[in-house]
Design a protein around this ligand. Structure first.
Ligand SMILES: *Cc1c(COP(=O)(O)O)cnc(C)c1O
Length: 366
């Protein structure tokens, strides 16, 4: 059943109409000059969205999790100390991925719902090779201060998950000292899932693993994939076959980014903030308790405690069946005690906020 609107990005998302339409356009071959133009422009627009001038900025052909894998498999040498800030599910996952790459993982655990404690993370080891943190923890609805980690990282590389921040909240990879970053398309970019916007600077690229254990995600080979134009300003595109680019997905991302940059990144961030603020005060007015620490709440993903005695799943089902609204269950230990309400991309609008508040009020009989 096709539902008109969904409020939680990680489920079936609500892509911008342009991005949806691009998926229905006639397919282009992956070496068609028209596609190569679209790819080059997509990489250029991704640089803007990331806030970077990194030549190596491209959409990896797989979901955000593959971005995470690419980040670690290309930069972790066996025995490297990797400090990981863990304040939710995705930070936890980073520790697993880093360990599989042979890292000596130093996990800095936080209570869920709290932001990353920058001082504790920076003090966790005297000379880590990598410091890794999630900018926007989708599992808890918390924003962390990546710029502060960048300012204190010393000689370490800073590796950042921006899956739920790109195109939704302020993100300035270069200004903040991010050396390696990965993101996803289906959260605030409002495009179907399936690509991982990725960026790595020269400093991190020079320290990369010569022969990573992953062939597909070997960044050393991807220069040929995006072409010289993707790597050198004004360079001539020289594509060598690495894998077939998912042309429809890239065209869809191109359409989504065109829309976002047309609106203006700062305007997009402000729209998300206004929607999140309105939702969060509306929930509090209903007497509900927000989960994420005050002052560190994401506008695009709100976590709220399920009231005592309320069947979390029944309310979610009612919202979906009666109103076509999808809200998420909590993550991990909070599966039935927290709801996660996304206002991402197209859904970060006042009418979506009013609708979800009214529907929730109705479902809870408040
Ligand atoms: C959704 C998400 C991921 C994983 O992305 P997939 O596209 O589902 O593979 C990683 N990190 C964060 C913070 C996310 O929200």
């Amino acid at each position: 059943m096709i539902r008109e609107r969904h409020l939680f990005g990680p489920g079936p998302s609500n892509p911008y109409p342009e991005a949806t339409r691009a998926l229905a356009d006639p397919l282009l071959g992956h070496l068609d000059p028209e596609f190569l133009r679209i790819m080059d422009e997509t990489c250029e627009m991704l640089r803007e969205a990331w806030g970077t001038s990194n030549a190596r900025t491209l959409p990896l052909s797989a979901t955000g999790s593959a971005g995470m894998e690419a980040a670690f498999v290309n930069t972790v040498h066996p025995g490297d100390v990797v400090v990981v800030a863990v304040n939710g599910l995705f930070g936890q996952r980073m520790t697993d991925v880093a360990a599989r790459c042979g890292a000596e993982v130093v996990a800095v655990e936080h209570e869920w719902g709290q932001p990353v404690d920058v001082d504790r993370v920076l003090a966790a080891h005297p000379s880590p090779a990598i410091i890794a943190a999630v900018h926007a923890e989708t599992s808890t609805g918390v924003r962390s201060d990546i710029a502060a980690l960048g300012a204190g990282k010393g000689d370490a590389l800073l590796l950042t998950d921006a899956v739920t921040s790109i195109g939704g909240i302020e993100l300035r990879a270069d200004d903040w000292g991010v050396d390696i970053g990965y993101a996803g398309t289906q959260k605030c970019l409002g495009v179907a899932p399936g690509l991982a916007p990725f960026t790595i600077n020269d400093r991190a690229f020079e320290r990369r693993v010569e022969t990573p254990r992953s062939w597909y995600l070997d960044l050393g080979m991807l220069g040929g994939y995006v072409g010289e134009a993707g790597l050198k300003e004004g360079g001539k595109a020289q594509r060598t076959y690495h894998h077939t680019a998912p042309t429809a997905m890239v065209a869809s991302l191109h359409a989504g980014l065109t829309r976002i940059l047309g609106e203006g990144l700062e305007a997009v961030w402000a729209r998300h903030q206004a929607a999140g603020d309105a939702l969060q005060s509306g929930l509090e007015e209903m007497g509900l308790e927000l989960f994420a620490a005050e002052g560190h709440r994401l506008p695009d993903l709100t976590t709220v405690r399920v009231p005592e005695g309320v069947d979390s799943a029944a309310v979610r089902r009612e919202l979906l069946d009666r109103h076509g609204i999808e809200i998420g269950a909590g993550a991990g230990a909070y599966a039935t005690s927290v709801w996660r309400i996304g206002l991402m991309g197209h859904n970060a609008r006042p009418d979506a906020v009013l609708l979800v508040l009214a529907a929730l009020e109705d479902a809870l009989g408040r």
